[in-house]
Design a binder for this molecule. Sequence first.
Ligand SMILES: Cc1cc2nc3c(=O)[nH]c(=O)nc-3n(C[C@H](O)[C@H](O)[C@H](O)COP(=O)(O)OP(=O)(O)OC[C@H]3O[C@@H](n4cnc5c(N)ncnc54)[C@H](O)[C@@H]3O)c2cc1C
Length: 367
Amino acid sequence: MPTPVSPLILVGAGHAHLVMMRLWLLQGWRPPAGTVLLSSGAQAWYSGMMPGLIAGRFDLKDCAIELLPLCQQLGIILETALVTALDSRHQHLTLDNGKQLQYHLLSINSGSQPLLPAQLDGSVSVLPAKPFPAFIRHWQHWRDRAPTRMMVLGGGAAAFELALALKKQFPASELSLACSGELLQSHGPRLRSLALHWLGQAGIRVFQHSRVDRINNKQVFAGDQILQSIDALIVATGASALPWYAQSGLVCDSHGFVDVDRFLRSSHPQVFVAGDAASSRGSVRSGVFSVRHGPVLADNLRAAIMGQDLQAYRPQKNALALLATGDGGAVMSYGKLALGSRLTAPLLGRWKDYLDLTFMKHHRTGG
Ligand SMILES: Cc1cc2nc3c(=O)[nH]c(=O)nc-3n(C[C@H](O)[C@H](O)[C@H](O)COP(=O)(O)OP(=O)(O)OC[C@H]3O[C@@H](n4cnc5c(N)ncnc54)[C@H](O)[C@@H]3O)c2cc1C
């Protein structure tokens, strides 16, 4: 059977693709017939609300966007399958259901995955924070029987938020956080000290400058040092690339993320890449930056189809970060400014909820 050829294939329902699809709806533009969205499931999970879900502040349905209604309005075919290989030379994708697809134009927004410690002996339950469907399934089992001793691995916003959320949900469990550098090292010192204060107040032990490389007989090792004994490890380490990016023939950086130019175009002009999967100067791997890619991608895919000029993406210098403290509050950083005392955190939390819920509302209705 000949391989079906699609005018446009969208890989992953990441933040940038969601924003792009909503903009196309608002602008009344429809992609060409035969456009396909490949997604691991029928829903897109919104990472900004995951910690709130774990803390028990939101239900599952609050954090998911159903993809079928969005696709139907745009005339896009939704195919629930994962890409396992991309051959950029022959413009060819292989899916985990055995299917092969060919494309004229491709847009990749399939994100990243946390990096697991090099040596795991199976003595503890290991739960990567992504992909979200697997994380949520596992976490639901824990609600009936929580592990007694848990460690969150990672030093970024996700690790900080998940540690506080887990402590809120499982107050009787002993919880710690370990990171290879300083906690929240891409943020200013004021936010870092606020964050350490929140973790300390919640009774969460923090191991900074501790690169966890091994678990042996329930003991967590950073080099030769034993940090502590645990029953479960939650992995929210920084983004690592999906292996098929570097195997695709697209030019990638030394970490396996796809190099893009200022138009979000890869080394192959018929392949655009956005969100965590993309590597460019000045971009940071976060949901905020992926959302910012959305409008540029919406313009550029349309322009590529219609033979028009492309728009350049200009990364913002500072991005607003609102990190959930598990109890409905949040700490905030913007450039060097940081806020999040006991007094201001509840207000910041309300602001974060407002922004997150508005994002969900817009992308559910397309409005
Ligand atoms: C717990 C947690 C909380 C976070 N909170 C925040 C926050 O508050 N603010 C913030 O800015 N960032 C946050 N982040 C980081 C943020 O999740 C990522 O940077 C962001 O999701 C990247 O977006 P993306 O658009 O690249 O891809 P994603 O939003 O990760 O989406 C990728 C999509 O592609 C799908 N996919 C993956 N592989 C394939 C494949 N092979 N084939 C087809 N589809 C595939 C996935 O299932 C997913 O639907 C958080 C991360 C975590 C883990």
